[in-house]
Design a protein around this ligand. Structure first.
Ligand code: CIR
Length: 260
């Protein structure tokens, strides 16, 4: 069974970091109700939910993905690239310590979970404005002894690697070719997002289901034509905060020994 860690949308969401989205107001109530629908979609897909409360003074706390990388063997607590987000990690670390041994990225390293795409024992890390070379080196030193191979991937015009590419099946990646050169993912089949639907590249795989943004209807048709099971959720309010679908949860196997 999968556990999904989520967090309440902060009442201060309007003070969030915004790098790529168009500046403009963010409606807290609408963001919260879209987030509740997202949690329902996770439940419907069979996930158990651990819902953390908002952290005071952390407008971006809902984007829990950035605070950790959870593998079957270990949870790596990140040191987010945005200074405003560093106080988000402790509550996630305390919760994850119940499920995994903990390792940490420390200063001067920075790493955002949104930059880390895991495909089996391959770990791709985006060279973004948030994850620096020291953080990436630290991550490699933690996971290489566990049998993982780390590769870096160049990205452009987006916040994180997973803004541009996500794993949607075994060795199957959904990508926006205008923001990542998908030849970096050698050995993987690539499906491109439909023209004009770049944000749909951030999809969340839960078992054999792919959760897509409602704004990616033509991309959904492509995946359906490829035989993939899909569902959509509206995410346009948190998209104004540069947030996508993977950003709002940390997924972990509750029993990694038996669930493969
Ligand atoms: C930030 O700039 O950090 C947030 N406003 C958005 C984080 C989105 N997280 C993600 O893509 N993993």
């Amino acid at each position: 069974m999968l556990l999904a860690i989520t967090r309440t949308v902060s009442p201060a969401i309007e003070q969030c970091e915004v790098t790529f989205a168009a500046p403009g107001p963010i409606d807290h109530q609408r963001a919260s109700s879209q987030h509740s629908a997202y949690e329902s979609a996770l439940r419907n897909a069979g996930c158990a939910i651990e819902h953390l409360p908002a952290v005071d003074h952390h407008p971006d706390g809902v984007f829990v993905e950035d605070t950790a990388l959870v593998l079957d063997e270990i949870a790596v607590i990140t040191r987010p690239g945005a200074i405003s987000r560093r106080g988000e990690v402790e509550s996630v670390a305390s919760l994850l310590a119940r499920y995994r041994p903990i390792a940490r990225i420390v200063s001067p390293g920075t790493l955002d979970g949104g930059d880390v795409l895991v495909s089996g024992k391959l770990v791709y890390v985006g060279c973004s404005g948030r994850s620096n070379a020291d953080g990436i080196r630290q991550l490699e030193a933690i996971i290489a002894p566990l049998g993982y191979q780390l590769d870096t991937v160049a990205i452009q015009d987006c916040l994180h690697l997973k803004s541009a590419a996500t794993l949607i099946g075994d060795r199957l990646i959904l990508a926006d070719p205008s923001r990542v050169d998908a030849t970096a993912f050698s050995g993987h089949e690539i499906i491109q997002v439909a023209e004009g639907e770049g944000d749909a590249a951030n999809a969340l795989r839960i078992g054999d289901l792919v959760l897509l943004s409602a704004a990616g209807q033509r991309t959904r048709e492509r995946l359906a034509a490829r035989g993939l099971k899909t569902t959509t959720v509206a995410n346009d309010e948190l998209a104004k905060a540069d947030g996508g679908l993977t950003c709002c949860s940390l997924l972990l196997k509750l029993d990694p020994q038996t669930e493969r």
